[in-house]
Design a binder for this molecule. Structure first.
Ligand code: HAM
Length: 417
């Protein structure tokens, strides 16, 4: 039985997943990011000490046969920080790295949240400037545009945790309670106002003060102004909004944070990220100090939004249609020609074509039907005409009769490999 929160990928699901991953890789590379990867199992301490927040309660953890407490990776950032801290000197800064892989979180299964999912992670390490923040946001926007979404479909909500530490300061509340306070703000949108009021009270802050602060115009936040100007120069300004309610649930974020949502607010977050300028120092006992930021985008909410957005849906369908299982289908009309056909199957495959044929004797009509169903462009008929073969272009019904020896030359000008 399939476990809750896990998925089987039948061929159609696999094709959709591969389409998503191909787009992720294409756009990340367009921005000069290079791919890396890490292990799927890590020591549990990596997440207990570095991720913090909700994630620690969602670990898929176990004790291995060597009595080590380990966990399936719930996110990439601690692994990335560990890898970079270990060999920092080997790389030119800033590092622009991306990774695609499977992740595991023992969450309650709900719409948009599973226990096994894919994430694209993109991170820039070794650059302090807001120019890096803007580059990350631009990449995030372009990733979503690549799927056919536009500013009617999604928005990147940007914020800065530092704004809230100044707020706590001004309110005379203890700075040590910042992470408890941010947790309340993180949940505020979905929580009942009275519960929020009570929680804030224990932290020495009133709901009214928080509500007032949330209304601060974006222009008053200098850090946002720089990122905004950078994105406007790229004509991407319309995709972002400043929103102090975004604070993110992970412990390592130090300032700038952001999350992507569908405009209709029907779905969970499509992606999220931010700056984690202290994580490398924490990981290396202060040996390596490098500013860092990045984000991750998951495949689950992305697929949901794709299915609800006609432009994205038609891009997906076009990509899937182009992804035919075989371009050439050999029709063996006379069983005594099977060995001749097999020789050509091999020659065509050696030349790089995708080729298929019936493994056992079948009616000619049935073989043609299969060729049509798999979307083959050409059917090549081995029958009475031998040593000539008939090549049929299935879409136009055009037929050409030529010696089998000329098959490869004939296709070279017409078929793609
Ligand atoms: P996160 O917000 O925990 O951030 O996850 C990023 C995205 O992964 C989410 O917006 C969502 O699309 C997807 N995701 C997370 N959990 C699940 C789940 N249970 N099922 C399906 N999709 C899920 C991080 O993971 C940070 N490490 C991102 C980051 C990279 N920050 C800096 N660099």
């Amino acid at each position: 039985m399939l476990l809750p929160g896990f998925r089987d990928f039948y061929p159609d699901d696999c094709a959709t997943r591969n389409y998503i991953i191909t787009q992720w890789r294409t756009v990340a590379r367009r921005y000069g990011f290079v791919e890396y990867d890490g292990p799927v199992v890590e020591s549990i301490d990596l997440y207990r000490k570095k991720s913090g927040g909700e994630l620690v309660g969602q670990l898929f953890d176990f004790v291995d046969k060597g009595a080590r407490a380990v966990a399936l990776r719930p996110e990439m950032t601690p692994t990335l920080a560990r890898m970079v801290a270990a060999r920092e000197r080997d790389f030119r800064k800033p590092l622009k790295w991306f990774s695609v892989g499977r992740f595991f979180r023992y969450e309650k299964q709900q719409r948009g949240r599973l226990r096994e999912f894919y994430q694209l992670n993109c991170d820039i390490i070794g650059e302090n400037s807001p120019a890096a923040d803007a580059e990350c946001i631009a990449l995030l926007v372009d990733l979503l545009r690549q799927f056919g979404f536009n500013d009617d479909d999604f928005v990147v909500r940007i914020s800065n945790r530092n704004a809230w530490s100044s707020f706590l300061d001004d309110e005379g509340a203890s700075a040590e309670r910042l992470s408890d306070f941010l947790e309340v703000i993180d949940k505020m949108e979905r929580a009942d106002p009275e519960t929020t009021r009570e929680k804030l009270k224990t932290l020495g802050v009133s709901l009214e003060a928080v509500t007032r602060f949330l209304q601060t115009p974006a222009a008053e936040h200098k850090s946002f102004a720089e990122v905004r100007a950078n994105l406007e120069a790229r004509e991407l300004g319309k995709y972002v909004e400043f929103d102090l309610k975004i604070v993110r649930g992970l412990a390592y974020y130090t300032g700038f944070v952001f999350e992507v949502f569908d405009r209709r607010k029907k779905l969970r977050a499509l992606a999220g990220g931010g700056r984690y300028d202290k994580l490398l120092a924490l990981m290396s006992d202060d040996r390596v100090e490098l500013p860092a930021l990045g984000f991750a985008m998951g495949d689950v909410v992305l697929s949901e939004l794709m299915h609800e957005t006609p432009a994205a849906q038609s891009r997906l369908q076009n990509a899937l249609a182009a992804n035919r299982p075989a371009q050439i289908y050999l029709i063996i009309a006379k069983e005594e020609r099977r060995l001749n056909a097999l020789r050509d199957v091999q020659r065509l495959r050696d030349a790089g074509y995708t080729v298929d044929f019936s493994l056992v004797a079948a009616k000619v009509g049935k073989q043609f039907q299969t060729a049509e169903q798999i979307g083959a462009r050409f059917a090549v008929l081995y029958g009475d005409e031998w040593p000539q073969v008939k090549i049929k272009t299935l879409a136009t019904r055009e037929e050409v009769l030529l010696p089998a020896e000329q098959l490869l030359d004939h296709l070279a000008a017409r078929a793609s490999r």
